[in-house]
Design a protein around this ligand. Structure first.
Ligand code: SF4
Length: 470
């Protein structure tokens, strides 16, 4: 099942493609339910998870308030440990830096661990154009790469693939039939990727956190592939969003306690890798060159605005797992990179509301995302602000006029009472005439199959309450 969504079309069209895919809803909803249950169980092992979430939000806000200072300190300490730092203003600068590095070091093969920011900047396509084979080594990303897909979830990028899909993809890759056996399929991927790890000249990773006081990066994984990407090839480059910096090791302990539990329901992931610059002369392994690319790409536009809390995000994916829209459509209906509630917030903010503003409407505003966010991002409030901006910019004059009339009509008690009586009567007449469907094209979208127009009571609620003395 490869991603054939047309990203030049709107969310509605992409969602329709997803909803029409047999089995997709079951795959996605089973996976997100499993992850949500694991998260809840893992949080129970903390003494006071709510207090820890408050602390995590404070830590992230503090880092954002002192972002220049934190980044300067991270860069200085990383360079003092023999690494190199590059600040990329946009995706183009970040891609060019890595491409130049590949050219200078004569890289033919690059091994990559899962990194949403490298997806965001479209790194693989550039490397491939240059003739560098960029291999994804996270199992989910590897499956997506073989399928020609984008990630459909921040943490579990291949949740839209069944075991049968993976068996078919790996059979094609190896020219041999493969059974639908998870262990055997994983074994095949491990053997295939081992050769790549050993021959790659360049290792590329993301970074979950940069720790400024130590000039170090922290990368969490469950497969050990990130550790191999950063230690086996002679040259390593980490690409990190500029907001992912924190101050101290103590702060890292707080963030890890919440990230692992919120993302995968684990107290800690199988691997927590910490690195600090290039290999020292007395160390047995590690890269000869270690580069850190710190990417802005629109993030600094959010600083000091009412959206700045979106930069607290630690990409745990918990908001995706509880979102009623995501569980219906999966991630591809949103955007090729960032999906779910956080994607609906940051895509419009980073790309502009004219290009991605409608994603703010891909939400029921139920608040489930806000309720689970470990760093307390008020996601549903941010979605409302974005809707306001999107409406201001793109609502047609007729719609604006309609809402103005509506606002004036309902701002007066007597007029509101009259409208609710007329609305109630209209609803009863329409219900009598057309059953559960409304007629006009605009109205009929709200009552098409799968959505039922409720039957209207004999009296408007207001009149009912008056009659009851309420
Ligand atoms: S917005 Fe919150 S819940 Fe969603 S991915 Fe980011 S940190 Fe996790």
């Amino acid at each position: 099942m490869s991603d054939t969504h047309d990203y030049s079309k709107g969310f509605g069209a992409r969602a329709a493609v997803s909803l029409g895919r047999p089995g997709l809803h079951d795959l996605v909803s089973e996976a997100v339910d499993r992850q949500s249950a694991a998260r809840l169980q893992a949080l129970e092992s903390l003494d006071d998870p709510e207090a820890l979430r408050d602390l995590a939000a404070e830590i992230r806000d503090d880092a954002l308030a002192r972002l220049d200072e934190r980044l300067a300190s991270l860069a200085a300490n990383w360079e003092a440990a023999g690494g190199t730092v590059f600040f990329a203003a946009d995706a183009d600068e970040a891609r060019s830096y890595v491409a130049d590095l590949a050219t200078r070091t004569g890289a033919k093969t690059a091994v990559k661990s899962k990194s949403m920011v490298t997806e965001e900047i479209g790194l693989n396509a550039v490397l491939e154009q240059m003739g560098v084979e960029a291999i994804e080594t996270d199992l989910g990303e590897f499956i997506n790469q073989v399928a020609g897909d984008h990630p459909s979830h921040i943490v579990a990028p291949a949740i839209h693939h069944s075991k049968a899909d993976v068996a078919r993809l790996f059979s094609r890759l190896s020219d041999e039939p493969r059974d639908e056996d998870a262990q055997a399929l994983t074994g095949f991927a491990r053997a295939y990727l081992r050769e790549k790890f050993l021959s790659a000249e360049l290792g590329i990773t993301g970074a979950n956190f940069g720790i400024s006081e130590a000039g170090a990066l922290c990368i969490v994984s469950n497969e050990g592939n990130a550790r191999m990407c950063m230690s086996l090839p002679p040259v390593h480059v980490a690409v990190m969003g500029m907001e992912r910096v924190i101050g101290t090791w103590d702060e890292l302990a707080v963030m890890l306690a919440l990230l692992c539990r919120s993302a995968t329901g684990q107290k800690i992931t199988q691997y927590v890798s910490l690195l600090n610059g290039a290999r020292r002369s007395d160390e047995p392994d590690g890269p000869e060159e270690s580069h850190l690319v710190i990417v802005d790409n629109g993030r600094s536009n959010l600083l000091g605005t009412r959206y700045s809390s979106a930069l607290r995000c630690i990409r745990c994916g918990a908001c995706l797992n509880v979102c009623p829209v995501f569980r219906q459509t999966g991630g591809h209906a949103y955007d090729p990179v960032y999906s779910g509630p956080i994607g609906a917030v940051i895509n419009p903010l980073m790309k502009g509301t004219d290009e991605a503003g409608e994603l703010a409407h891909a939400s029921t505003l139920c608040g489930a995302c806000t309720a689970v966010c470990p760093v307390r991002i008020p996601l549903h409030d941010l979605l409302v602000y974005l809707r306001q901006e999107y409406a201001r910019e793109s609502a047609p004059a007729t719609e604006r006029a309609g809402y103005q009339v509506w606002a004036r009509a309902w701002s007066n008690g007597r007029r509101f009472a009259w409208f609710s009586r007329v609305g109630n009567r209209f609803g009863r007449i329409m219900g009598d005439r057309v059953g559960t469907r409304l007629p006009l094209p605009l109205l009929s979208r709200w009552t098409r199959p799968g959505r039922r127009l409720p039957s209207f009571p004999d009296k408007a609620y207001r009149d009912e309450r008056k009659g009851a003395g309420g």
